[in-house]
Design a protein around this ligand. Structure first.
Ligand SMILES: Nc1ncnc2c1ncn2[C@@H]1O[C@H](COP(=O)(O)OP(=O)(O)OP(=O)(O)O)[C@@H](O)[C@H]1O
Ligand SMILES: [Mg+2]
Length: 384
């Protein structure tokens, strides 16, 4: 689970820090930096995977990823630090993953590699007692150029496996309608293409019942999800049982239905690394259903202060939204999850540029003219 993100010099971020709760909704005006934050997490994931993050991650050519200034010295590189609480057999580890690139000569940055460090002690104050009681107090570092002992490397490998890959979902309904291979035991892919295989794997589990309960609450016309196995082809496929319609094959399902099913499947899958990220959570759903989806999602994310919740796999959901229904809905039930990303002109150390600024809802206020106030007004001040 991501607990803090620090970004300096990447896209619209300079000296940016955001504490990340188990449910985070990034809202705010257009071009505020919501997708840039996802891009930063994508970059860090690509660096962690040992790839070529400058060319593999997100939007923008390599030289466009470095923060641009209107006046003053150009920024000479960027760093992205992601703090996570990671569970291994021995307990929780507080892990920091650092990726970045630097501009030494010319406009094109060079990858500065990836660095992983963990410590069970120095960040204690940020965690509730229930987490502190379960911290595995050891320290280690890999990626600074020196050779780490085997025990440290094996811990690093376990940490990287527990973090998994990025976790960003960009569901593609066309891909989600297809069959899934029997041998595909992976969590849901970014585009959702292995949805049928994940549903097949979950079919007889308690997670599947919870997933069905959430789906039918959000889309009441759906009665059941029925994964089926085709022995001859060794493929999974699935139908939804729709009230008054009977079995509807995945090939015919609507985009909004598939997106919702994909999001809930990732959220309930015990094999999923536990951070589910999706842009514009409202896409494909009418407003009343968006509110129900949020109510469901917020009961499924981990509660770090609750010992029982910590016994289950860690679950975190990070979304972006433009919907006043999302803002008003969360403002009513979980205001701590709302963060407004906006931009402001910064004139710091002789440089002038436009930077992303994060304001938690409780600081941003809900008065007239504020972003939250406008959203609340748009929906008649909220949903109960
Ligand atoms: N290298 C860079 N330096 C400075 N600013 C940048 C850089 N790259 C991107 N930006 C700024 O980021 C903005 C886009 O931000 P982003 O896509 O994150 O917005 P958003 O909040 O997702 O908006 P929307 O609500 O429209 O999706 C661009 O308009 C650009 O001004
Ligand atoms: Mg965006």
């Amino acid at each position: 689970m991501i607990t803090r993100i620090e970004i300096d010099g990447f896209k619209s971020f300079r000296n940016f820090t955001l504490d990340v709760p188990p449910l985070l909704a990034l809202v705010g005006p257009t071009a505020g930096g919501k997708s840039n934050l996802f891009d930063a997490l994508d970059y860090e994931a690509a660096a962690r995977a040992g790839g070529f993050p400058l060319v593999e991650s997100g939007r923008g050519r390599p030289h466009e990823l470095v923060h641009r200034v209107a006046n003053g010295r150009p920024v000479d590189g960027f760093s992205i630090r992601v703090h996570r609480l990671v569970r291994v057999d021995e307990g929780f580890i507080d892990v920091v993953s650092v990726a970045g690139a630097g501009v030494d000569a010319g406009p094109c940055p060079a990858d500065r590699g990836h660095h992983l460090s963990w410590s069970g002690t120095d960040q204690d104050a940020r965690f509730p007692q229930a987490v502190r009681d379960r911290l595995w107090r050891l320290a280690g570092t890999v990626g600074d150029g020196s050779t780490a002992p085997d025990t440290v490397l094996s811990t690093a490998r376990r940490i990287v496996a527990a973090i998994g890959d990025g976790g960003i979902l960009a569901p593609d309904p066309r891909a989600m309608r297809g069959p899934g291979w029997a041998a595909d035991l992976r969590p849901l892919a970014r585009d959702g293409a292995n949805l049928a295989a994940v549903l097949g794997r979950l079919r007889d589990s308690a997670a599947f019942d919870d997933l069905t309960a959430d789906l039918t609450a959000v889309i009441p016309e759906v009665e059941r999800v029925v994964p089926e196995f085709d022995d001859k082809r060794q493929e999974w496929f699935f139908d939804l049982i729709i009230d008054g319609q009977g079995p509807v094959p995945s090939t015919l399902l609507s985009a909004g239905t598939l997106r919702t099913l994909g999001l809930l499947t990732a959220l309930h899958d015990p094999e999923h690394p536990g951070v589910v990220m999706i842009e514009e959570i409202e896409t494909g759903l009418p407003p009343s259903r968006v509110a129900e989806l949020l109510r469901r999602v917020q009961t499924r994310v981990s509660d770090l202060a609750d010992a029982d919740s910590l016994e289950r796999p860690l679950r975190q959901v990070i979304v972006t939204s433009h919907s006043p229904v999302v803002v008003a809905g969360l403002y009513g039930i979980r205001p701590d999850s709302l963060v407004v990303l906006n931009t402001a002109v910064s004139a710091d150390d002789g440089r002038t540029s436009r930077v992303t600024v994060a304001r938690p809802a409780r600081e941003d206020g809900d008065g007239p003219g504020s972003y939250l106030g406008d959203c609340l007004d748009a929906v008649g001040r909220g949903i109960s």
